[in-house]
Design a protein around this ligand. Structure first.
Ligand code: ARG
Length: 456
Protein backbone atom coordinates (compact mmCIF):
# COMPACT_ATOMS: atom_id res chain seq x y z
CA UNK A 1 0.00 0.00 0.00
CA UNK A 2 1.59 3.21 -1.17
CA UNK A 3 0.25 5.28 1.69
CA UNK A 4 1.91 3.02 4.23
CA UNK A 5 5.20 3.22 2.40
CA UNK A 6 4.87 6.99 2.32
CA UNK A 7 4.16 7.39 6.01
CA UNK A 8 6.89 5.03 7.04
CA UNK A 9 9.39 7.19 5.28
CA UNK A 10 8.87 9.83 7.96
CA UNK A 11 9.55 7.87 11.08
CA UNK A 12 11.55 10.82 12.26
CA UNK A 13 12.76 8.83 15.25
CA UNK A 14 13.50 10.87 18.33
CA UNK A 15 13.89 13.96 16.10
CA UNK A 16 10.36 13.62 14.73
CA UNK A 17 8.97 16.74 16.36
CA UNK A 18 12.12 18.69 15.63
CA UNK A 19 11.96 17.85 11.93
CA UNK A 20 8.28 18.49 11.42
CA UNK A 21 6.92 21.85 10.34
CA UNK A 22 3.33 20.58 10.24
CA UNK A 23 2.04 22.81 13.04
CA UNK A 24 3.66 25.97 11.67
CA UNK A 25 2.46 25.02 8.19
CA UNK A 26 -1.15 25.72 9.18
CA UNK A 27 -0.35 29.16 7.85
CA UNK A 28 0.08 27.73 4.34
CA UNK A 29 -2.62 25.03 4.46
CA UNK A 30 -4.93 26.93 2.07
CA UNK A 31 -2.01 27.95 -0.11
CA UNK A 32 -0.91 24.33 -0.43
CA UNK A 33 -4.39 23.27 -1.51
CA UNK A 34 -4.36 26.01 -4.15
CA UNK A 35 -0.90 24.99 -5.35
CA UNK A 36 -1.95 21.31 -5.48
CA UNK A 37 -5.05 22.16 -7.51
CA UNK A 38 -3.19 24.32 -10.02
CA UNK A 39 -0.48 21.69 -10.42
CA UNK A 40 -2.99 18.86 -10.91
CA UNK A 41 -4.98 20.83 -13.49
CA UNK A 42 -1.81 21.63 -15.40
CA UNK A 43 -0.64 17.99 -15.27
CA UNK A 44 -3.96 16.84 -16.77
CA UNK A 45 -4.00 19.57 -19.42
CA UNK A 46 -0.49 18.59 -20.44
CA UNK A 47 -1.48 14.94 -20.67
CA UNK A 48 0.94 14.02 -17.88
CA UNK A 49 -1.84 12.48 -15.73
CA UNK A 50 -5.28 11.27 -16.78
CA UNK A 51 -8.21 13.70 -16.47
CA UNK A 52 -10.22 11.23 -14.36
CA UNK A 53 -7.34 10.81 -11.94
CA UNK A 54 -7.02 14.58 -11.77
CA UNK A 55 -10.74 14.77 -11.01
CA UNK A 56 -10.40 12.25 -8.21
CA UNK A 57 -7.46 14.11 -6.73
CA UNK A 58 -9.34 17.43 -6.88
CA UNK A 59 -12.34 15.83 -5.17
CA UNK A 60 -10.08 14.43 -2.47
CA UNK A 61 -8.56 17.87 -1.97
CA UNK A 62 -12.09 19.18 -1.36
CA UNK A 63 -12.48 16.64 1.43
CA UNK A 64 -9.11 17.54 2.86
CA UNK A 65 -10.05 21.21 2.83
CA UNK A 66 -13.40 20.57 4.48
CA UNK A 67 -11.78 18.51 7.24
CA UNK A 68 -9.26 21.27 7.90
CA UNK A 69 -5.61 21.43 8.82
CA UNK A 70 -6.27 19.89 12.22
CA UNK A 71 -7.55 16.66 10.64
CA UNK A 72 -4.40 16.04 8.60
CA UNK A 73 -2.46 12.85 9.25
CA UNK A 74 0.85 13.31 11.03
CA UNK A 75 3.65 14.18 8.67
CA UNK A 76 6.91 15.94 8.14
CA UNK A 77 5.06 18.93 6.80
CA UNK A 78 1.74 20.05 5.33
CA UNK A 79 2.76 19.02 1.81
CA UNK A 80 3.43 15.46 2.82
CA UNK A 81 0.37 15.30 5.09
CA UNK A 82 -2.00 16.52 2.37
CA UNK A 83 -0.56 14.05 -0.10
CA UNK A 84 -0.97 11.25 2.45
CA UNK A 85 -4.58 12.30 3.04
CA UNK A 86 -5.27 12.31 -0.71
CA UNK A 87 -3.78 8.83 -1.04
CA UNK A 88 -5.87 7.73 1.95
CA UNK A 89 -8.98 8.97 0.13
CA UNK A 90 -8.41 7.61 -3.37
CA UNK A 91 -5.59 5.11 -3.15
CA UNK A 92 -2.19 5.05 -4.85
CA UNK A 93 -3.34 7.22 -7.79
CA UNK A 94 -3.34 10.09 -5.31
CA UNK A 95 0.44 9.88 -5.48
CA UNK A 96 0.29 11.11 -9.10
CA UNK A 97 -0.28 14.58 -7.64
CA UNK A 98 3.42 14.80 -6.87
CA UNK A 99 4.50 14.12 -10.48
CA UNK A 100 6.97 16.68 -11.83
CA UNK A 101 7.41 18.62 -8.64
CA UNK A 102 9.15 18.50 -5.30
CA UNK A 103 8.29 19.86 -1.90
CA UNK A 104 11.07 22.36 -2.55
CA UNK A 105 9.25 24.23 -5.33
CA UNK A 106 5.93 23.46 -3.64
CA UNK A 107 6.83 25.10 -0.32
CA UNK A 108 8.35 28.11 -2.07
CA UNK A 109 5.13 28.52 -4.06
CA UNK A 110 3.01 28.20 -0.90
CA UNK A 111 5.01 30.79 1.02
CA UNK A 112 4.83 33.27 -1.85
CA UNK A 113 1.10 32.62 -2.33
CA UNK A 114 0.32 33.31 1.32
CA UNK A 115 2.82 36.11 1.85
CA UNK A 116 1.54 38.16 -1.07
CA UNK A 117 -1.89 38.28 0.63
CA UNK A 118 -0.34 39.24 3.94
CA UNK A 119 1.71 41.95 2.25
CA UNK A 120 -1.40 43.42 0.64
CA UNK A 121 -3.14 43.45 4.02
CA UNK A 122 -0.11 45.10 5.61
CA UNK A 123 0.04 47.69 2.83
CA UNK A 124 -3.68 48.40 3.26
CA UNK A 125 -3.08 48.90 6.96
CA UNK A 126 -0.45 51.52 6.20
CA UNK A 127 -2.88 53.31 3.88
CA UNK A 128 -5.50 53.38 6.66
CA UNK A 129 -2.92 54.82 9.06
CA UNK A 130 -2.10 57.52 6.52
CA UNK A 131 -5.77 58.32 6.23
CA UNK A 132 -6.02 58.75 10.02
CA UNK A 133 -2.93 60.97 10.08
CA UNK A 134 -4.23 63.15 7.25
CA UNK A 135 -7.69 63.48 8.75
CA UNK A 136 -6.34 64.75 12.05
CA UNK A 137 -3.80 66.94 10.26
CA UNK A 138 -6.56 68.60 8.23
CA UNK A 139 -8.17 69.77 11.46
CA UNK A 140 -4.93 71.10 12.92
CA UNK A 141 -3.26 73.16 10.23
CA UNK A 142 -3.38 76.13 12.62
CA UNK A 143 -2.67 74.24 15.84
CA UNK A 144 0.66 75.66 16.92
CA UNK A 145 2.78 73.38 19.07
CA UNK A 146 6.37 73.01 20.21
CA UNK A 147 8.77 71.24 17.89
CA UNK A 148 11.80 69.42 19.27
CA UNK A 149 15.29 68.38 18.39
CA UNK A 150 17.29 66.35 20.91
CA UNK A 151 14.01 66.33 22.86
CA UNK A 152 14.68 70.02 23.64
CA UNK A 153 12.24 72.75 22.56
CA UNK A 154 13.57 73.85 19.18
CA UNK A 155 11.11 75.81 17.03
CA UNK A 156 7.33 76.14 17.02
CA UNK A 157 5.54 74.05 14.43
CA UNK A 158 1.98 72.83 13.93
CA UNK A 159 0.28 69.56 14.75
CA UNK A 160 -0.55 69.12 11.05
CA UNK A 161 3.11 69.50 10.12
CA UNK A 162 4.10 66.98 12.77
CA UNK A 163 1.48 64.41 11.69
CA UNK A 164 2.27 64.83 8.00
CA UNK A 165 5.92 64.11 8.72
CA UNK A 166 4.79 60.61 9.71
CA UNK A 167 2.34 60.36 6.82
CA UNK A 168 5.24 60.92 4.42
CA UNK A 169 7.30 58.21 6.08
CA UNK A 170 4.41 55.74 6.15
CA UNK A 171 3.74 56.45 2.45
CA UNK A 172 7.27 55.25 1.71
CA UNK A 173 6.61 52.20 3.90
CA UNK A 174 3.58 51.45 1.72
CA UNK A 175 5.73 51.71 -1.39
CA UNK A 176 8.34 49.36 0.07
CA UNK A 177 5.66 46.79 0.94
CA UNK A 178 4.26 46.98 -2.58
CA UNK A 179 7.74 46.57 -4.05
CA UNK A 180 8.21 43.48 -1.90
CA UNK A 181 4.80 42.27 -3.11
CA UNK A 182 5.92 42.57 -6.75
CA UNK A 183 8.94 40.35 -6.28
CA UNK A 184 7.08 37.94 -4.00
CA UNK A 185 4.30 37.44 -6.53
CA UNK A 186 6.29 35.16 -8.91
CA UNK A 187 5.82 31.43 -9.26
CA UNK A 188 8.65 29.03 -8.45
CA UNK A 189 6.38 26.05 -9.18
CA UNK A 190 7.84 23.62 -11.71
CA UNK A 191 11.40 24.11 -10.49
CA UNK A 192 10.99 20.70 -8.81
CA UNK A 193 13.81 19.92 -6.38
CA UNK A 194 15.98 22.54 -8.11
CA UNK A 195 16.93 20.90 -11.38
CA UNK A 196 13.69 21.03 -13.30
CA UNK A 197 11.90 17.96 -14.68
CA UNK A 198 11.78 15.88 -17.86
CA UNK A 199 7.96 16.11 -17.88
CA UNK A 200 6.45 18.54 -20.38
CA UNK A 201 5.06 20.88 -17.72
CA UNK A 202 3.67 24.37 -18.31
CA UNK A 203 5.05 26.68 -15.66
CA UNK A 204 3.30 29.75 -17.05
CA UNK A 205 -0.01 27.92 -16.73
CA UNK A 206 0.36 27.10 -13.04
CA UNK A 207 1.60 30.65 -12.46
CA UNK A 208 -1.52 32.03 -14.14
CA UNK A 209 -3.85 29.63 -12.32
CA UNK A 210 -2.38 30.77 -9.02
CA UNK A 211 -2.56 34.43 -9.95
CA UNK A 212 1.20 34.90 -9.96
CA UNK A 213 2.61 37.66 -12.07
CA UNK A 214 5.06 35.44 -13.98
CA UNK A 215 7.59 32.83 -12.92
CA UNK A 216 10.96 32.69 -11.18
CA UNK A 217 12.73 31.18 -14.16
CA UNK A 218 15.99 29.62 -13.04
CA UNK A 219 14.87 26.47 -11.25
CA UNK A 220 17.74 26.52 -8.76
CA UNK A 221 16.99 30.13 -7.87
CA UNK A 222 13.27 29.34 -7.68
CA UNK A 223 13.60 26.56 -5.11
CA UNK A 224 16.45 28.05 -3.05
CA UNK A 225 15.77 31.79 -3.18
CA UNK A 226 14.30 33.44 -0.09
CA UNK A 227 15.42 37.00 -0.68
CA UNK A 228 11.73 37.82 -1.22
CA UNK A 229 11.19 36.84 2.42
CA UNK A 230 14.07 39.06 3.49
CA UNK A 231 12.74 41.95 1.43
CA UNK A 232 9.21 41.61 2.81
CA UNK A 233 10.41 41.28 6.40
CA UNK A 234 12.77 44.20 5.94
CA UNK A 235 9.97 46.41 4.57
CA UNK A 236 7.85 45.42 7.56
CA UNK A 237 10.66 46.03 10.05
CA UNK A 238 11.32 49.43 8.49
CA UNK A 239 7.64 50.28 8.87
CA UNK A 240 7.74 49.03 12.47
CA UNK A 241 10.62 51.42 13.12
CA UNK A 242 8.52 54.28 11.68
CA UNK A 243 5.66 53.25 13.96
CA UNK A 244 7.94 53.10 16.97
CA UNK A 245 8.95 56.72 16.42
CA UNK A 246 5.33 57.81 16.19
CA UNK A 247 4.49 55.76 19.29
CA UNK A 248 7.39 57.27 21.21
CA UNK A 249 6.34 60.80 20.26
CA UNK A 250 2.80 60.08 21.45
CA UNK A 251 4.06 58.56 24.70
CA UNK A 252 6.10 61.72 25.32
CA UNK A 253 3.20 63.98 24.33
CA UNK A 254 0.88 62.07 26.66
CA UNK A 255 3.43 62.62 29.41
CA UNK A 256 3.47 66.37 28.77
CA UNK A 257 -0.32 66.65 28.52
CA UNK A 258 -0.05 67.45 24.79
CA UNK A 259 -2.37 64.61 23.78
CA UNK A 260 -5.27 62.83 25.47
CA UNK A 261 -5.43 59.27 24.25
CA UNK A 262 -8.88 57.72 24.08
CA UNK A 263 -9.66 55.23 26.85
CA UNK A 264 -9.63 52.43 24.27
CA UNK A 265 -5.95 53.10 23.70
CA UNK A 266 -4.92 53.73 27.30
CA UNK A 267 -4.71 51.53 30.29
CA UNK A 268 -5.09 52.05 34.00
CA UNK A 269 -2.94 50.92 36.89
CA UNK A 270 -4.01 48.06 39.14
CA UNK A 271 -2.73 49.96 42.17
CA UNK A 272 -2.47 53.67 41.35
CA UNK A 273 -6.03 54.94 40.87
CA UNK A 274 -5.07 58.20 39.15
CA UNK A 275 -3.10 56.59 36.31
CA UNK A 276 -3.96 56.61 32.62
CA UNK A 277 -1.06 55.02 30.80
CA UNK A 278 -0.24 54.91 27.07
CA UNK A 279 0.27 51.14 27.13
CA UNK A 280 -0.94 50.42 23.62
CA UNK A 281 1.63 52.79 22.17
CA UNK A 282 4.38 51.32 24.31
CA UNK A 283 3.50 47.94 22.80
CA UNK A 284 3.54 49.44 19.30
CA UNK A 285 7.00 50.78 20.14
CA UNK A 286 8.08 47.32 21.30
CA UNK A 287 6.90 45.58 18.11
CA UNK A 288 9.80 47.22 16.31
CA UNK A 289 12.11 45.22 18.57
CA UNK A 290 10.41 41.98 17.59
CA UNK A 291 10.50 42.90 13.90
CA UNK A 292 14.18 43.80 13.96
CA UNK A 293 14.85 40.58 15.87
CA UNK A 294 12.94 38.51 13.33
CA UNK A 295 14.64 40.22 10.41
CA UNK A 296 17.99 39.54 12.03
CA UNK A 297 17.03 35.91 12.66
CA UNK A 298 15.89 35.50 9.08
CA UNK A 299 18.95 37.08 7.47
CA UNK A 300 21.28 35.19 9.78
CA UNK A 301 19.57 31.92 8.85
CA UNK A 302 19.88 32.70 5.13
CA UNK A 303 23.48 33.87 5.34
CA UNK A 304 25.93 31.45 3.79
CA UNK A 305 23.36 28.84 2.74
CA UNK A 306 24.69 27.00 -0.29
CA UNK A 307 22.57 26.18 -3.33
CA UNK A 308 20.08 24.69 -3.59
CA UNK A 309 17.46 23.68 -1.00
CA UNK A 310 18.57 23.31 2.62
CA UNK A 311 16.26 22.49 5.49
CA UNK A 312 17.37 25.65 7.29
CA UNK A 313 14.80 27.34 5.08
CA UNK A 314 12.03 25.73 7.11
CA UNK A 315 13.07 27.84 10.08
CA UNK A 316 13.45 30.99 7.99
CA UNK A 317 9.77 31.25 7.07
CA UNK A 318 8.16 31.78 10.52
CA UNK A 319 10.21 34.95 11.00
CA UNK A 320 8.21 36.51 8.17
CA UNK A 321 4.84 35.33 9.56
CA UNK A 322 5.58 36.63 13.05
CA UNK A 323 6.67 39.95 11.65
CA UNK A 324 3.76 40.48 9.31
CA UNK A 325 1.24 39.61 12.05
CA UNK A 326 2.78 41.77 14.75
CA UNK A 327 3.48 44.74 12.52
CA UNK A 328 0.05 44.70 10.87
CA UNK A 329 -1.57 44.67 14.28
CA UNK A 330 0.65 47.52 15.47
CA UNK A 331 -0.24 49.57 12.38
CA UNK A 332 -3.95 49.19 13.08
CA UNK A 333 -3.51 50.10 16.76
CA UNK A 334 -1.45 53.17 15.88
CA UNK A 335 -4.10 54.27 13.37
CA UNK A 336 -6.83 53.83 15.99
CA UNK A 337 -4.88 55.75 18.62
CA UNK A 338 -4.25 58.64 16.23
CA UNK A 339 -7.85 58.75 14.97
CA UNK A 340 -9.38 58.80 18.46
CA UNK A 341 -6.98 61.05 20.40
CA UNK A 342 -7.84 64.55 21.59
CA UNK A 343 -5.38 67.36 21.16
CA UNK A 344 -5.55 70.13 23.80
CA UNK A 345 -4.99 72.98 21.39
CA UNK A 346 -4.56 75.63 24.08
CA UNK A 347 -1.94 73.70 26.01
CA UNK A 348 -0.01 73.10 22.80
CA UNK A 349 -0.15 76.80 21.90
CA UNK A 350 0.87 77.87 25.40
CA UNK A 351 3.91 75.59 25.27
CA UNK A 352 4.88 76.43 21.70
CA UNK A 353 7.17 79.30 22.71
CA UNK A 354 8.72 77.58 25.73
CA UNK A 355 12.50 77.49 25.97
CA UNK A 356 12.83 80.55 23.68
CA UNK A 357 11.89 78.44 20.70
CA UNK A 358 11.38 81.61 18.63
CA UNK A 359 15.08 82.54 18.87
CA UNK A 360 15.85 81.31 15.34
CA UNK A 361 13.09 83.56 13.99
CA UNK A 362 14.70 86.67 15.54
CA UNK A 363 18.08 85.63 14.17
CA UNK A 364 16.47 85.14 10.74
CA UNK A 365 14.95 88.65 10.95
CA UNK A 366 18.37 90.17 11.72
CA UNK A 367 19.95 88.18 8.90
CA UNK A 368 17.25 89.36 6.50
CA UNK A 369 18.28 92.93 7.47
CA UNK A 370 21.83 92.17 6.33
CA UNK A 371 23.49 91.03 9.58
CA UNK A 372 25.56 87.90 8.81
CA UNK A 373 23.58 84.96 10.13
CA UNK A 374 26.48 83.79 12.31
CA UNK A 375 26.59 87.22 14.02
CA UNK A 376 22.80 87.21 14.44
CA UNK A 377 23.14 83.75 15.98
CA UNK A 378 25.61 85.19 18.53
CA UNK A 379 23.20 87.98 19.46
CA UNK A 380 20.39 85.52 20.13
CA UNK A 381 22.62 83.04 21.96
CA UNK A 382 23.70 85.81 24.28
CA UNK A 383 20.07 86.95 24.74
CA UNK A 384 19.00 83.38 25.53
CA UNK A 385 21.72 83.14 28.14
CA UNK A 386 20.77 86.44 29.77
CA UNK A 387 17.12 85.35 29.88
CA UNK A 388 18.07 82.04 31.48
CA UNK A 389 16.81 80.03 28.52
CA UNK A 390 13.38 81.65 28.52
CA UNK A 391 12.13 84.14 25.94
CA UNK A 392 13.75 87.55 26.61
CA UNK A 393 11.67 90.72 26.34
CA UNK A 394 12.28 93.13 23.51
CA UNK A 395 14.25 95.49 25.78
CA UNK A 396 16.71 92.72 26.65
CA UNK A 397 17.11 91.86 22.97
CA UNK A 398 17.85 95.51 22.22
CA UNK A 399 20.42 95.63 25.03
CA UNK A 400 22.21 92.59 23.71
CA UNK A 401 22.16 93.95 20.16
CA UNK A 402 23.80 97.12 21.42
CA UNK A 403 26.50 95.07 23.19
CA UNK A 404 27.21 92.66 20.36
CA UNK A 405 26.45 94.72 17.25
CA UNK A 406 27.19 98.17 18.71
CA UNK A 407 23.77 99.33 17.46
CA UNK A 408 20.18 99.31 18.61
CA UNK A 409 18.19 96.31 17.44
CA UNK A 410 15.73 98.72 15.86
CA UNK A 411 18.41 99.95 13.45
CA UNK A 412 17.82 96.61 11.78
CA UNK A 413 14.29 95.42 12.53
CA UNK A 414 11.11 97.28 13.44
CA UNK A 415 9.89 96.70 16.99
CA UNK A 416 6.61 95.36 15.59
CA UNK A 417 8.48 92.82 13.47
CA UNK A 418 10.53 91.67 16.45
CA UNK A 419 7.34 91.26 18.46
CA UNK A 420 5.80 89.32 15.59
CA UNK A 421 8.62 86.80 15.29
CA UNK A 422 8.58 86.30 19.05
CA UNK A 423 5.00 85.09 18.71
CA UNK A 424 4.99 81.31 18.08
CA UNK A 425 2.02 81.52 15.70
CA UNK A 426 3.61 84.27 13.61
CA UNK A 427 6.86 82.39 13.74
CA UNK A 428 5.18 79.36 12.15
CA UNK A 429 3.40 81.46 9.51
CA UNK A 430 6.70 83.03 8.49
CA UNK A 431 8.27 79.64 7.72
CA UNK A 432 6.49 79.11 4.42
CA UNK A 433 9.32 77.48 2.48
CA UNK A 434 8.35 74.32 0.56
CA UNK A 435 7.59 71.56 3.07
CA UNK A 436 7.59 73.97 6.00
CA UNK A 437 4.98 74.34 8.76
CA UNK A 438 3.26 77.54 7.53
CA UNK A 439 -0.41 76.81 6.80
CA UNK A 440 -0.04 77.44 3.06
CA UNK A 441 2.98 75.11 2.85
CA UNK A 442 1.09 72.48 4.84
CA UNK A 443 -1.91 72.82 2.51
CA UNK A 444 0.33 71.67 -0.35
CA UNK A 445 1.56 68.74 1.72
CA UNK A 446 -2.02 67.78 2.53
CA UNK A 447 -2.92 67.80 -1.17
CA UNK A 448 0.10 65.65 -2.00
CA UNK A 449 -0.79 63.21 0.79
CA UNK A 450 -4.36 62.89 -0.49
CA UNK A 451 -3.11 62.37 -4.03
CA UNK A 452 -0.65 59.63 -3.21
CA UNK A 453 -3.18 57.88 -1.01
CA UNK A 454 -5.73 57.88 -3.82
CA UNK A 455 -3.02 56.39 -6.08
CA UNK A 456 -2.07 53.62 -3.62
N1 ARG B 1 8.82 21.87 5.22
C1 ARG B 1 9.91 22.26 4.38
C2 ARG B 1 10.12 23.78 4.43
O1 ARG B 1 9.37 24.46 5.03
C3 ARG B 1 9.68 21.90 2.95
C4 ARG B 1 10.03 20.51 2.69
C5 ARG B 1 11.23 20.31 1.89
N2 ARG B 1 11.91 19.27 2.56
C6 ARG B 1 12.95 18.64 2.09
N3 ARG B 1 13.46 17.75 2.84
N4 ARG B 1 13.48 18.90 0.94
O2 ARG B 1 11.06 24.26 3.86
Amino acid sequence: DASVVRRDRFSGGPARGFLSSLAADERIFQADLAVDRAHVVMLAEQGIIEFDVAGEILAALEEVEAAGHGALPDGEDVHEAIETAVVDHIGPDGGKMHTARSRNDEVAACIRHRLREDLLDAAEGTVALREALVEVAEEHVDTVMPGYTHLQPAQPTTLAHFLLSYESAVARDTARLLDAYDRTNRSPLGAAAFAGTPFDIDRERTAALLGFDGIVENSMDASAGRDFLAEATSALATHAVTLSGLAEDLVIFANKGFVDLADDYSSTSSIMPQKVNPDTLELVRAVAGDAVGDLTGLLTTLKGLPRAYNRDLQRATPHAWETVDAVSEATAVAAGAVATADWPVETLAAEAGAGFSTATGVADALAMAGVPFRTAHEVLAEAAERAGGETPDVATLDEVAADVLGDSLFEYVDRADVEAVLDPGESVTSRDSVGGPAPEAVARQLDAAEERRAAD
